[in-house]
Design a protein around this ligand. Structure first.
Ligand SMILES: O=C(O)CCc1c2[nH]c(c1CC(=O)O)Cc1[nH]c(c(CC(=O)O)c1CCC(=O)O)Cc1[nH]c(c(CC(=O)O)c1CCC(=O)O)Cc1[nH]c(c(CCC(=O)O)c1CC(=O)O)C2
Length: 344
């Protein structure tokens, strides 16, 4: 068996402590990353496999986390489908967002050569990473990816154009979801072939849909991606942010783990979700912006009882780290997880 506490936990072993990592752990709070960004653009860091490998492993060295997540973005899929994308100061912006033109949708075609630098990065990370560190691959879920492709940017997090398309042009919606799903399956399975230890599917905007509609329209596509990854032998974490009461609709046929957002309660999620599914989450990342160690530790202490009673739990934040989070708080959190007596 592996000597990685992350891999042992996600594969169902009872470990001495919970594993810890954070969404957006490389690109936000690390002084080492920020100094690299003075020299290189985000696109350089994503497209040069040596740089990608280096950035992916920075949080392992600087924070001591148990897993690295591939340094990439969910929007590589629309790019590989042929959409021109720019990463600007205001976030990602597509040159020509999809409105409801079926002609445009029909022209989208997956070009997998646009993803090959990512597989090269995985090969390098596998060689360079410490043995006890796991590597997590990821992609966006078809609905969240569609939101960006239709809206064209993250300027409005309600993605109104995408929601209108979904309600009024169901056939075009299904066609788009299908295109994204097909390419995502190939992309995800290739990540597994190159050696990732776990895969996370980001459904960051699940909360934009009524959950019955989410379950009816989107979940079948999610299941196709997660089943392909699991059939290839890789455990899957699913992050349906904002799904709330809809969490009870996520069964073991969808994922090995569910990542719980910070609006939810871990205890409540544990009561609701199928006991065969492990949970990840859900520390509120905004606490990392408060420069007061007493507040940090007292908020962390609230997770002790949960961690003592639940072996299938991965500590993470309820969403990604943000640039105003304090590096020393994040590092102290990793130390706290590692030094706490979990009495297991
Ligand atoms: O507007 C927003 O809230 C974010 C939209 C945004 C995306 N890529 C983006 C941006 C601009 C930005 O981050 O500033 C553009 C983007 N993606 C990324 C970065 C680097 C960073 O976070 O500083 C950046 C910022 C680039 C820059 O410096 O301009 C990298 C990225 N995207 C992602 C990940 C995976 C992860 O979170 O761990 C990672 C790797 C992070 C790491 O290793 O630290 C995934 C991603 N990208 C994206 C989303 C949807 C988020 C949302 O809509 O709320 C998601 C999923 C999620 O975070 O829940 C889209």
């Amino acid at each position: 068996m592996s000597n990685s506490v992350f891999i042992r936990t996600i594969r169902g072993e009872r470990c001495e402590r919970p594993p810890v990592w954070f969404m957006r752990q490389a690109g936000r709070v690390l002084p080492s990353y920020l100094s690299l960004r003075e020299k290189y653009s985000f696109r350089d860091l994503m497209h040069n496999p040596e740089l990608t490998a280096k950035v992916t492993l920075l949080p392992v060295q600087d924070l001591g986390v148990d897993a690295a997540i591939l340094f990439s973005d969910i929007l590589v899929i629309p790019e590989a489908l042929g959409m021109e994308l720019n990463f600007t100061d205001k976030g990602p912006v597509f040159d020509a967002p999809i409105k409801n033109q079926s002609a445009y949708i029909s022209r989208l075609q997956g070009d997998t050569s646009k993803l090959s630098h990512i597989y090269k990065a995985i090969d390098l990370i596998k060689v360079q990473k410490p043995e006890d560190c796991a590597l997590i691959g990821f992609c966006g879920s078809p609905f969240t990816t569609l939101c960006y492709m239709v809206q064209g940017s993250s300027a409005n997090h309600f993605f109104p154009d995408a929601i209108k398309l979904i309600y009024s042009h169901r056939q075009q919606t299904s066609h788009l979801l299908e295109l994204i799903t097909e390419l995502s399956i190939e992309y995800a399975v290739n990540q597994v072939k190159h050696g990732i230890d776990a895969f996370q599917l980001f459904e960051t905007h699940a909360g934009l849909l009524p959950y019955e509609l989410y379950v009816e329209l989107v979940l079948p596509y999610v299941k196709r991606i997660t089943s392909a990854v699991r059939d290839a032998g890789c455990p899957v974490i699913f992050f349906p942010k904002g799904l709330g009461a809809g969490l009870k609709q996520i069964h073991y046929d969808v994922a090995d783990y569910i990542s719980v957002d910070w609006q939810d309660s871990m205890e409540e999620a544990r009561r609701t979700v199928d006991p065969r599914i492990g949970l990840q989450g859900n520390f509120d990342p905004r606490i990392f912006s408060i420069d007061n160690p007493n507040i940090l530790i007292s908020e962390l202490e609230k997770y002790k009882a949960f961690g003592r009673n639940n072996f299938n739990w991965i500590f993470n934040t309820g969403h990604g780290l943000s640039p105003d989070n304090l590096f020393h708080n994040v590092r102290r959190t990793v130390d706290w997880i590692k030094t706490t007596d979990w009495q297991r």
